[in-house]
Ligand binder design. Structure first.
Ligand code: HEM
Length: 175
């Protein structure tokens, strides 16, 4: 007969997610020569979201018509590469069991979807008349998008540095 667990043992919390056999299977499956593609691609929407805000602020400050044209390109390219990065991230999320099982991954997915909607809206409102849309709506959406980019990017970093998601490509042992 097995001994009865002590009060201390009974009080210890068990996390069924942490004990799941796939918990440590977090290696990236979409990578080039060991470098996860999502991490390489997100640099573009992150940078371009801040560039869009900077271009809007410079137009507000100087009135130079160059800045609305720069902003519409920054917003569009940031959105398109952001969607591509999102698709790569979604493949990782759905196919890697250790990523799929963590709630933090789904939080990142929801944050990213909100961000991509903002980036898309920020681009589309400018397609008719890039200059007329900057003040006030364009710059307001750019400011919120820059804030959301910081939150989403910081959270993406948390997935990698805190949970080691995507840190081991294909779950290989180091040489
Ligand atoms: C549907 C959308 C997305 C999903 C499902 C997703 C999923 C993931 C996953 C699984 C990781 C862990 C690393 C990896 O496996 O490659 C990650 C990391 C990251 N994500 Fe996303 N992501 C999405 C969109 C975005 C967007 C739009 C941004 C832009 C702000 C972003 C920023 C980051 C950053 C900065 C990292 C850390 C990269 C590193 O330092 O290695 N993600 N994401």
């Amino acid at each position: 007969m097995r001994p009865r667990p002590t009060l201390k043992q009974r009080r210890r919390l068990h996390d069924p997610i942490q004990q799941h056999p796939v918990f440590d299977e977090t290696g990236s499956r979409v990578a080039i020569a060991g470098h996860p593609m999502h991490a390489m691609m997100v640099a573009f929407p992150i940078t371009l979201a801040f560039c869009t805000f900077a271009a809007d602020a410079l137009y507000w400050w100087t009135g130079d018509l160059f800045w609305p044209r720069a902003a519409v390109w920054a917003a569009g390219v940031g959105f398109v590469i952001g969607v591509m990065a999102g698709l790569v991230g979604t493949v990782e999320l759905l196919t890697v069991p250790g990523i799929r099982i963590r709630s933090a991954s789904w939080t990142h997915f929801i944050l990213a979807m909100m961000l991509l909607s903002l980036l898309g809206a920020n681009w589309m409102i400018r397609l008719g008349d890039a200059t007329a849309m900057v003040l006030p709506w364009g710059i307001m959406i750019s400011a919120v998008a820059a804030g959301m980019t910081a939150i989403t990017g910081w959270h993406g970093g948390k997935l990698v540095f805190d949970y080691h998601i995507g840190a081991q490509v294909g779950h290989r042992d180091p040489p």
